[in-house]
Design a protein around this ligand. Structure first.
Ligand code: F6P
Length: 412
């Protein structure tokens, strides 16, 4: 089997651990391992525009497997094991790249995604997906691991269901041979959830969420000391477009005074009164500092966004608190993965390769998730559909349903 792995959508800590685990497991099980740079965009671009410099350098591999004339960071030449991946920076014009064991050495501890990611517009079109199929077939790749959020995983399932149609079209246009069409009748695909928001149904934890949470807690610890010194209030905006997990867990881990999340908007439009009275009572029992956490997707009772600046004005005007806003932004997403975001993505990467090896045209595409600290497989489309239903339930103010879809135990 020739297996490729790509990362797609917003990056998250742990994506490199996924790539490392998939590559090493694939090689250990006798498969060829490939990476696709820049997510689905790389699949669409393929290797047609490989620069002459890269072509020459690849041709100049010496007997010991060293590739010459390519820069890697400070100019070091790399022995690239069985593959030809050198680094995203140097393989200009090549997006689908074979990799070896050594190419992913030490990737555990790296933040972001070293093979790049993108939110590809072209892949959303049928033509784009057909070009992607063509590029994969040209390289002989018949299995794909996708690590990304729900949008990326939806794309993965659409790609798989359309695959036979693409193969037929490519054959009828003479873009691929009869043999290639026969050898690529079925695309094996598996999804892993890379998202700092922990916003996917049917898994307890998404890859990158624990690291982002840790980052937020560190930031709150830092803010606490300056807030305490000046007896100030701080309103912290944290990420989480449709999911308040980061805000809620950060609030619990750091003893915040008030938290706003999309899944639990204030029931009436008097949230300002409730927040002020809670904070006032904390101040009265001696609290010198105030921390309010606002998820970026937080909503009020009319399902209108609650923004951090407005919360700040309320605290300043009604309670007379010297208040500052801190938007943590992408500091939450980047940086070194915590231990959990090394261990779990590794186990999930191994499971992904095993699922691909067992895949048949009859089996569904799987999503590899975590349930009660165990790695498990669930049908990809079921998880994506449930995640979409959560958004619909939130929009309909049916928060109990939203929570029970995310976590069945919530309903019990
Ligand atoms: O989905 C992950 C996420 O980090 C969200 O929390 C946030 O709203 C969004 O991505 C930010 O996206 P971008 O990096 O494109 O601004």
């Amino acid at each position: 089997m020739k297996l490729a792995v790509l990362t797609s959508g917003g990056d998250s800590a742990g994506m490199n651990a996924v790539v490392r685990a998939v590559v090493k497991t694939a090689i250990a099980k006798g498969c060829e391992a490939w990476v696709v740079r820049e997510g689905y965009e790389g699949l669409v671009r393929g290797n047609a525009h490989e620069t002459q410099e890269v072509k020459d350098a690849r041709a100049s591999k010496d007997e010991a497997g060293f590739v010459h004339n390519l820069r890697f960071g400070d100019g070091e030449l790399l022995k690239d094991g069985t593959g030809d991946f050198i680094s995203g920076r140097t393989m200009r014009g090549r997006y689908i790249v074979r990799v070896g064991w050594d190419d992913v050495r030490g990737w555990f501890g790296e933040g972001g995604t070293l093979i790049g990611t993108a939110r590809s517009v072209t892949f959303r079109t049928t033509e784009g997906r057909q070009t992607a199929a063509h590029n994969m077939i040209k390289e002989g790749i018949d299995a794909l691991v996708v690590c990304g959020g729900d949008g990326s995983l939806t794309g993965a399932d659409v790609f798989r269901s359309e695959w036979p149609k693409h193969v037929e079209a490519l054959r009828s246009q003479d873009k691929i041979t009869e043999e290639q069409a026969k050898a690529h009748q079925h695309l094996r695909i598996v999804g892993l959830v890379g998202s700092i928001d922990n916003d996917m149904a049917m898994t307890d934890m998404t890859i990158g969420a624990p690291t982002a949470l840790h980052r937020i807690c560190e930031a709150i610890d830092n803010i606490n000391s300056t807030a305490y010194s000046h007896s100030r209030a701080f309103v912290l905006e944290v990420m989480g477009r449709h999911c308040g997990w980061l805000a809620l867990m950060a609030g619990v881990s750091s003893g915040a005074d008030f938290i706003f999340i999309p899944e639990n908007p204030p029931e009436a439009d008097n949230w300002e009164d409730r927040m002020c009275s809670a904070i006032q009572s904390h101040r009265e029992i001696g609290q010198r500092k105030t921390i309010v956490i606002v998820a970026e997707g937080a909503l009020d009772s009319a399902l209108k966004p609650i923004c951090a600046d407005h919360v700040k004005d309320v605290l300043a005007n009604r309670l007379g608190l010297d208040t500052r806003v801190t938007t943590l932004g992408h500091t939450q997403r980047g940086g070194v993965p915590c231990a959990y975001d090394r261990i779990m993505p590794t186990l999930q990467g191994i499971e992904a390769v095993e699922a691909l090896l067992e895949s048949t045209p009859e089996t569904p595409s799987y999503m590899i998730g975590v349930r009660e600290n165990k790695i498990h497989r669930v049908p990809l489309m079921e998880a994506v559909a449930k995640t979409r239903e959560v958004a619909t339930a939130i929009a309909a103010k049916d928060f109990a349903r939203a929570m029970s879809l995310r976590d069945p135990e919530f309903a019990e």
